[in-house]
Design a protein around this ligand. Structure first.
Ligand code: TYD
Ligand code: ZN
Length: 425
């Protein structure tokens, strides 16, 4: 396996751009166990322009820890949000499955909660405003809070009122003064990205009306473990939640989980509804908590076994790709995902294996992947010049993509799924 691409670029461990926590971010416990190390690797969304390829690249440790007190799985090396979210290429509206998903979220809220007609919805981490647009169809007032300036500008262009700030208590106080209390606050894929969760919750507590509902979505740790979705681990994802640590967290702020649902996004997530002043634990919360106990999410041993599995996947995938390549096949990657960059960097899969990666996001086309420097091209290139095999780096959209690429597969093209076990389909 030694002729697979090594890191042959100038790398720098960016000591000044991250801090190392010494306590669990939910419960404050100091006894944390490291069970997996995937780095050092570059930031998963730090795509490069051609003229940056021979410059020194910033790498960061990617070590994963388990808290034996509240069961939170987490990174302790926290990259400064200013570095992480400065220019952010993830545009929600660019993905049709996410648009469909957000429509479902809004319907879910309206089916289960009474919201007044002129109610206010605030979306934390509102991206290009795709979710808020779904809410605005119901006639509600909407407001986005988005820290990435390029994306906040895009949202404004799309006529989504957006505050270009990190959401925290201070921001909440200012928003409250101008807009009053919120009937719905949403935070999809925000909790996993946030180091100081207490600051967000103090803000939510301040902004949410007494009968309001706070809706969060986070990737579910049980899916990560069951499907060995190790590539969803990267510096942006600081916490990997189960219901147990979340229960712990909300209680600290006098809030309670009033409903929980499994949802099929980002490799399997949970949608959690939280309210103030409701203390009864609903049955579906009890059920998931007991499922988590059954899966031994409170035991270090579970995570040690997961880490062993990750190494097996790496060895198997590299072997498979090398064999195909040595047999003269052309291979590309499908979807220049962030998770793909964890996978490629951890397995050291470079341009000696993948000719290019195709991706539908215009922003990413023409750029190169961080660390492994694989060029990104449009989907048209993939169709014009189809490879023998393509590694499905956007496996979270596997069903939609396999359906979309029927023609490619009919003509003999093959997809390779990296997880839960590398296989050609
Ligand atoms: P995403 O699901 O956001 O994954 P991550 O959070 O790991 O970055 O990214 C999906 C990427 O895949 C996005 O860049 C668009 C791309 N994509 C395609 O190229 N073709 C497709 O058919 C789909 C569904 C996505
Ligand atoms: Zn803890």
């Amino acid at each position: 396996m030694n002729n697979i691409t090594g890191i042959k670029y100038k790398i720098n461990i960016a000591e000044n751009n991250f801090k190392h926590n010494t306590k669990c971010r939910v419960c404050g416990n100091e006894k944390l166990h490291k069970f997996l190390s995937l780095g050092p690797i570059p930031l998963a969304n730090s795509f490069l322009r051609k003229n940056q390829l021979d410059k020194t690249e910033d790498f960061y440790p990617l070590d994963v820890y388990f808290c034996s007190n509240c069961s939170l799985v987490q990174l302790l090396d926290v990259v400064s949000p200013k570095v992480l979210f400065k220019e952010y290429p993830y545009i929600t509206g660019a993905s049709k499955p996410m648009r469909i998903h957000f429509n479902g979220l809004t319907e879910d809220v309206f089916e289960n909660y009474k919201i007044s007609k002129d109610g206010l919805v605030i979306d934390i981490g509102s991206n290009d405003g795709t979710l808020l647009k779904c809410f605005s169809k119901f006639g509600l007032r909407i407001l986005g809070i988005e820290p990435a300036s390029n994306i906040a500008r895009l949202a404004e262009t799309n006529k989504i009122p957006t505050v270009n700030k990190f959401f925290n208590e201070n921001c909440a106080v200012n928003v409250y003064k101008e807009y009053g209390p919120a009937d719905i606050i949403t935070a999809t894929n925000v909790f996993a990205h946030t180091d100081n969760l207490e600051n967000i919750l103090r803000g939510v507590n301040h902004l949410l009306s007494n009968s309001g509902v706070f809706v969060i979505e986070v990737p579910y740790i049980l899916n990560l473990l069951n499907n060995i979705e190790f590539d969803t681990i990267y510096h942006e994802h600081l916490s990997y939640f189960g219901v147990r640590p979340l229960t712990h967290l909300f209680r600290k702020f006098g809030m309670n989980i009033v409903n929980v649902k499994k949802i099929p996004v980002h490799g399997g997530s949970i949608r959690i509804f939280v309210q103030k002043f409701v203390t009864q634990q609903p049955q579906n919360v009890t059920k998931l908590l007991s499922l988590e106990r059954g899966a031994k999410l409170d035991s270090l041993d579970t995570y040690m076994k997961f880490a062993e599995h990750v190494v097996l996947i790496k060895n198997k995938l590299v072997k498979l790709l090398m064999t195909l390549k040595n047999d003269g096949n052309r291979i590309t990657g499908y979807g220049a995902t962030a998770k793909g960059n964890t996978l490629l960097n951890y397995c050291k899969i470079g341009t000696d294996i993948l000719d290019y990666i195709s991706d539908t996001t215009p922003y990413k086309q023409g750029l190169y992947t961080p660390g492994m420097h694989i060029p990104i091209f449009s989907e048209e290139k993939f169709h014009e010049d189809p490879p023998d095999y393509t590694l499905l780096l956007a496996w979270n959209y596997a069903d939609a993509i396999l359906q979309k690429e029927k023609e490619y597969r009919k003509n003999g093209g093959r997809f390779i799924l990296p997880i839960p076990e590398p296989k050609v389909i």
